[in-house]
Write a protein that binds this ligand. Structure first.
Ligand SMILES: [Zn+2]
Length: 341
């Protein structure tokens, strides 16, 4: 709470002085990382991870502030200019969205269009135009629906082990579920999908039926406006760590690009590492097939930033939604923190 009060005060000072849009050294680029934009009453659902969503109202006021005070660019345009040695705006901002959530079209895109804010959407391409959910949301759903009745069942033993030590195991909070998702990351993605599938079957709740991700038609509607560009986020949102074989890396990194070309006719030039995981081999494959890549490392970028290690600033409801706080985050004053979302 104290931290937030300090940040808000600094943010108000920044807003009054315009410090967030001044650059005292080399031209800089701030890349904002969004995931989901949802009506306020949908954000608190157990299947919406804290740290992944912002309300439509907060997003709208952020776009208003961005449009009023900043030079808004497509990430790929800024990178092309940076690499060619062309002059750069003193303080540019690029908006990005990870994963390809359906709400990006339903709630974010109308606002992007209204304020003419360019954006880059990173798609986990196997999920587009399907009813599949990513494993963290499936796990959250299994826990929310199967708890506490199923917790002693063998198919739930591994889930029981994810419980935070201070949780009330009879009644889990949304924060507990989020902690359990973080703890589950010690298992590999394929193993997690297998275990969750078994838990879903055992609990008789089946796989999710409602569509959570975009369709290709929605995606094309956004790109034809010229306001939205697409990037790759692998095919299955696979974390690209050192356990992955070379053929799996190629499948995820090159396969997703091929799917975007097949569906839209445009080859993506940008990549984004799921969960921020990036082995040396993965980075080598990405460097061969793209012009740049986004990480989840928090920070600002300059012309000298490695284009395959673009830093970003994650924005979500939990950070607070006042314009002062937002402008505090844009000032890059707390750039040392790193995030993995
Ligand atoms: Zn992602």
């Amino acid at each position: 709470m104290l931290k937030r009060i300090i940040k808000t005060s600094v943010g108000s000072f920044i807003a009054a002085t315009g410090l967030d849009r001044r650059s005292f050294g080399a031209p800089r680029l701030i890349v904002l990382m969004y995931h989901r934009v949802l009506p306020f009453d949908e954000i608190a659902k157990p299947t919406v991870q804290p740290g992944m969503a912002i309300s439509t109202a907060a997003f709208k006021s952020q776009l208003e502030a961005l449009r009023k005070h900043h030079e808004l660019v497509h990430l790929s345009d800024w990178m092309t200019q940076a690499q060619s040695g062309a002059p750069l705006p003193k303080s540019a901002i690029a908006v990005t969205f990870d994963d390809g959530w359906a709400d990006n079209y339903q709630h974010a895109y109308p606002l992007l269009a209204r304020y003419q804010v360019p954006a880059t959407l990173f798609l986990a391409t196997d999920y587009i135009s399907t009813n599949d959910w990513f494993w963290p949301e499936r796990l959250a759903r299994v826990i929310a629906k199967g708890w506490p009745d199923m917790r002693r069942h063998p198919a739930f033993t591994w889930i029981e082990k994810l419980l935070p030590p201070d949780a009330d195991s009879g009644r889990l909070s949304r924060t507990d579920i989020h902690c359990m998702i973080s703890a589950a990351k010690s298992h590999g993605d394929t193993e997690l999908r297998r275990r969750i599938e078994l838990a879903e079957r055992t609990a008789g709740i089946g796989r999710p039926q409602t569509r959570a991700l975009l369709t290709w038609d929605e995606t094309r509607n956004m790109t034809t406006s010229g306001l939205v560009e697409l990037g790759s986020h692998t095919r299955t949102h696979q974390r690209l760590d050192a356990t992955l074989s070379h053929s799996s890396l190629e499948h995820e990194v090159v396969g997703s690009s091929n799917q975007i070309v097949k569906e839209t006719g445009v080859k993506p030039v940008l990549f984004c590492y799921p969960n921020g995981n990036r082995s040396d081999d993965a980075e080598a494959v990405v460097r061969r097939h793209y012009s740049g890549a986004c990480t989840t490392v928090r920070g600002c970028n300059t012309r000298n930033t490695d284009p395959f290690r673009i830093a970003r600033i994650g924005i979500h409801q939990g950070m607070g939604t006042s314009t002062a706080l937002f402008r505090f985050h844009l000032s890059c004053l707390n750039r040392q923190e790193s995030v993995r979302e």
